[in-house]
Design a protein around this ligand. Sequence first.
Ligand code: MG
Length: 285
Amino acid sequence: MKHYTMSVTEKELEKLNKVYQYHQVEDKNPYLLFHAKHNDIEILGYKTGKVLLQGAEVTHELVAIKTHLNKEDYAAIGSDEVGTGDVFGPIVVCSVFVNKSEIPLLEELGVKDSKNMTDQKIIEIAPKLAKILIHSLLILPPSKYNKLVSEGYNLNKMKALLHNQGIVKTSSKLKESVPVILDQFCTPQLYFNYLKDETLVYRDIDFHTKAEQVHLSVAAASIIARYAFLVKMKQYSQKIGMKLPKGAGKEVDEAIQILHEKKGNKGLNLIAKMNFKNVTKQDLS
Ligand code: MG
């Protein structure tokens, strides 16, 4: 059984209510505007502006609904990063090309922003995405990150350099040119300023906050990046003989103390971003 939820406007919901008027089934749920059954798919239109599809194979119905609503899919490259809020582990940037024909499949796989997905779901679908989709993955290990910090790079400059590299790489694998969507982390002006010494700069970029909601390519990028991050965290944990916590909370503080005693600054430098407060505020002597 597959599920798919989409958000629609009030007008669009009315439109779908009409589209399915001859396929409605009785449902006393007061939150529903309509409940229809079409080609073995249950279509539930909620007054809150959500439409839920349920069935063995929802792709066809989804394409039909989009056509009714004049919501055309389009091809794009999306780029996103993870690991910037985690003391342990690398920064991972992924740039993904998603073709128009691949969008229904991604929807069926349940692709959405990785922040709203469990690690388990990411581990389940990321390898499939990486296999199907043209993409570039860039991993900046903590040792390299720490070196760049010591050379005066800030986090946004590192992100800009990585995204630019990823986008240049992914677009070079395509015959056509498509929109490039970047999950915005600084102003476009600053972004290009960070890249002023680069020889190859991809300039035609659409910057969006909440870009995962703009195009599925960004969501796919966030999922593949998150997966690569999880794999690296597992490798680091095995190497160091201790499960490394994510994020930048109290558990991380404690892990840093323990690891510092075991491995010293040199060992920490290989797995932790040393300029985080979790590290700098501690007495590691
Ligand atoms: Mg992002």
